[in-house]
Design a protein around this ligand. Structure first.
Ligand code: EAX
Length: 322
């Protein structure tokens, strides 16, 4: 091959590789970069960048920088945001089939919850998203939710009665909490710290990883380990991105989401192990032994409604998973 032709081929090849497009994906979540959502999102982003040889990179927006979870899910559906790592809290407003996993006291413990989400029941729910204009790449995790407030210890439902508690924009949660005598006030997460600080609400409920990373100990002095709801989380992708991916890149994104879920769950475990002592150090009074039986008893009227809405057999399929 003549030298001139070789040089021309080389410059073409170099030029082509230099033009290999890099697409930057906007990913948002509610809490800090150091939190469980930040850990999961960073693993996802690193795995995607590695698996696509840098053709896809992320720009992370922690601390609700792109708005509340409901707003971000809407933006992913519209295609103005590429990804959100979100609790299922507001998701039921977009994909109703998700709501069943928000039922209070549905899951026995983390092992049970993770088995359901990773098994046929959880995977079937993920398959309901594309028809609603959202790609669910996989389950991540928020954690078991506990109650905090600025007024008093909560051991049994009667202690929670009359408290104005912020809830997620989630009817399943609100119906359940009303049976405890709580006055539920749905509110987007970015408004919560200020509402607690001003006393607009008396309390809220969230997993230890959120209570820690959001520094709620600064505005709440009572924590009760009610564990009244398991809060799953999801990595949601815009179809605008998904539909441009090759089959090989789709597999990279799904594998990255699986690894992100594992990393996020590991961080939740760590926060559960160390977080309560830290919150006590930060000044919170912790009730470790609440009357779980009394909360479950109080919840019974709401379960009548849940059975009607989701089917008692479908609820039993979840509680039967070992
Ligand atoms: O997903 O809104 C909430 O209480 C959520 O748990 C928080 O945004 C993390």
């Amino acid at each position: 091959m003549k030298l001139g032709t070789l040089a021309a081929c080389l410059s073409l090849a170099l030029g082509a590789s230099a033009f290999a497009q890099t697409t930057t994906l906007k990913i948002g979540y509610a809490t800090t970069k150091e939190s469980h959502y930040g850990v999961g999102s960073t693993v996802f982003c690193d795995e995607v960048e590695k698996g696509t040889q840098g053709r896809y990179k992320c720009q992370q927006f922690p601390n609700s920088a792109l708005g509340g979870e409901r707003e971000q899910i809407e933006a992913v559906q519209l295609g103005t945001q590429d990804l959100v790592n979100t609790s299922t809290g507001p998701v039921g407003n977009f994909v109703p089939e998700v709501k069943i996993v928000d039922i209070p006291f549905l899951f026995r413990d983390y092992d049970h919850a993770r088995k359901v989400m990773d098994g046929p029941i959880g995977q079937d729910i993920l398959a309901k998203f594309p028809s609603k204009g959202i790609i669910a790449l996989g389950w991540t995790e928020n954690g078991f939710r506990h109650m905090t407030n600025s007024k008093r210890d909560i051991v049994k439902p009667a202690d929670a009665a009359g408290l104005k508690m912020r809830t997620m924009e989630n009817k399943v949660h609100m119906d359940g909490y009303r049976t405890f005598g709580i006055l539920p006030t749905p509110m987007a997460f970015p408004e919560l710290f200020g509402a607690l600080q001003q006393g607009t609400v008396d309390g809220q409920e969230n997993p230890i990883p959120v209570i820690l990373s959001a520094k709620f100990a600064q505005v709440q002095n009572h924590l009760s380990l009610t564990g009244h709801v398991y809060s799953p989380a999801l990595l949601l992708l815009s179809p605008r991105v998904w539909n441009k991916l090759s089959d090989a890149d789709k597999k990279v994104f799904l594998d990255a989401a699986r690894k992100a879920g594992a990393a996020q769950r590991k961080k939740v475990n760590e926060d559960e192990d160390n977080g309560i002592a830290q919150l006590e150090k930060d000044g919170m009074k912790v009730v470790r032994k609440v009357d779980g039986a009394a909360f479950r008893e109080a919840l019974k009227p709401a379960y009548v409604g849940y059975a009607k809405e989701f089917g008692a057999d479908n609820i039993k399929k979840i509680t039967d998973v070992q």
